[in-house]
Design a protein around this ligand. Structure first.
Ligand SMILES: C[S@@+](CC[C@H](N)C(=O)[O-])C[C@H]1O[C@@H](n2cnc3c(N)ncnc32)[C@H](O)[C@@H]1O
Length: 209
């Protein structure tokens, strides 16, 4: 029999066993008075659920995984990985997303190391400390494509084996996929997640050659 899981209070929800806040949640309302994310990090984006589903089906997260989430926002995917035992850092250019990440990580009993930085500021050596990079809905402007392609190339030159990015299928993401084919093995999958509801998009699974 499946377990009936109740959310502890209003405006919280579960996705793939991660407890998350809706934008109407009382703590979000309070945090918004002091921290207003301004680069689209104002909610959990559904591409995070695509990542969670992909990780589950492909047994991607291990206790030994060292994960960096790029453009982590409120950190839903990071929290999922940390709950599987991975050591996780969340990077975002917008310092105002981290209080939301911190609250959600605490609600789920995990710790995520916050890194406030833009993609171009991440040095190869720093990237080499991770074995997997992940990102959900992070390639939404044309100028982000080049920044992220360069980052992925830097990361792979420094020993990162795998980069997994979920996206609704915007053209900057599709351009990123094409560019990465010149230095990595790239597979793109149409994917859907079914928790907290049905959502369709794409996963780019980029492996070092
Ligand atoms: C659409 S949100 C997605 C957030 C989160 N991944 C999710 O799925 O809920 C994009 C995130 O990328 C961050 N971001 C945008 N440009 C960035 C850059 N140049 N370097 C680092 N983070 C960036 C934003 O601050 C925002 O949190």
């Amino acid at each position: 029999m499946p377990e009936l899981i109740e959310v502890p209070e209003e405006n919280l929800f579960y996705a793939y066993d991660v407890l998350l806040m809706e934008t109407k949640h009382r703590l979000v309302k309070k945090l918004k008075k002091y921290y207003e994310p301004n680069v689209h990090g104002h909610k959990t984006w559904s591409s995070s659920f695509l990542l969670m589903d992909y990780f589950l089906h492909n047994n991607v997260m291990k206790r030994s995984s060292k994960v960096l989430e790029l453009g982590c926002g409120w950190g839903a995917a990071s929290i999922f990985c940390a709950k599987k035992g991975a050591k996780v850092s969340g990077l975002d250019i917008d310092e105002n997303v981290f209080p939301y990440l911190e609250v959600q990580a605490t609600m789920n009993g995990v710790e995520i190391t916050p890194i406030q930085k833009g993609y171009e500021k991440l040095k190869g050596k720093e990237l080499g400390e991770y074995n997997i990079l992940i990102g959900a809905d992070i390639c939404f402007w044309d100028e982000l494509t080049e920044l992220l392609v360069k980052l992925i190339r830097r990361a792979m030159r420094n020993g990162v084996k795998r980069v997994i990015i979920a996206d609704p299928g915007r053209s900057p993401f599709l351009d990123l996929v094409e560019s990465c084919k010149s230095f990595a093995k790239v597979s793109v999958h149409e994917w859907y997640s079914s928790d907290p509801e049905m959502y369709e998009g794409y996963i780019a699974d980029i492996k070092a050659i």
